[in-house]
Write a protein that binds this ligand. Structure first.
Ligand code: SF4
Ligand code: SF4
Length: 129
C-alpha cells in the first residue's frame, strides 16, 4: 500500500469514528435550521478530496451539471446526506455553524474535546499530503 493510500485509509477510519459524534449535534440543531448549509456548491469535491477518494479506490461522485449551485445539494436525502462522511468533501465535515458550535459548547466537554482531536488528526493528515 502506498503512503497516500495508507494515509487515506487512516483518514477514512477517523471520519467513520467522528461521524456519529457529529451526528449527535446535527440531529439536535439541523431539523430547525432555516438556512441549510448543504448547497450544491458545497457538495462538490475539491482536488484534495478527489485525491483522497481515488487513493481509497472509490468511484468519484457524479455531479448533476443542471443543478443550481446555490440550490439544495443533490446528495441531500430525507435523512441527511446520502454519502458516507469519508466520501463527502472535507468542507462538509469541517464547517461548524454557530448553532453547531453552541451545541458542542453546551454538551459534555469530554466529547467536544474528542471531536476536536479527531478533526485535528484529519487536518494533520491532509496537510501532510
Ligand atoms: S450545520 Fe448548521 S447551517 Fe448546516 S443545516 Fe445544520 S444547523 Fe443549518
Ligand atoms: S454533507 Fe452531503 S448533502 Fe451536505 S453538502 Fe456535503 S455532500 Fe452535499
Amino acid at each position: 500500500m502506498s503512503k497516500i493510500e495508507s494515509a487515506a485509509e487512516k483518514m477514512k477510519q477517523l471520519l467513520i469514528d467522528l461521524s456519529p459524534m457529529i451526528e449527535e449535534y446535527t440531529a439536535r440543531v439541523c431539523p430547525d435550521c432555516r438556512d441549510v448549509c448543504c448547497k450544491q456548491r458545497h457538495g462538490i469535491m475539491n482536488e484534495q478530496d478527489m485525491r483522497c477518494a481515488s487513493a481509497l479506490k472509490s468511484p468519484l461522485p457524479v455531479y448533476d451539471p443542471g443543478r443550481p449551485l446555490d440550490g439544495a445539494c443533490q446528495f441531500m436525502g430525507p435523512y441527511g446526506c446520502e454519502n458516507p462522511r469519508w466520501l463527502r468533501p472535507w468542507r462538509c465535515t469541517s464547517y461548524f455553524c454557530e448553532a453547531l458550535l453552541a451545541a458542542m459548547n453546551d454538551g459534555p466537554q469530554k466529547k467536544s474535546r474528542r471531536v476536536s482531536a479527531l478533526i485535528q488528526e484529519i487536518v494533520d493528515i491532509r496537510n501532510g499530503w
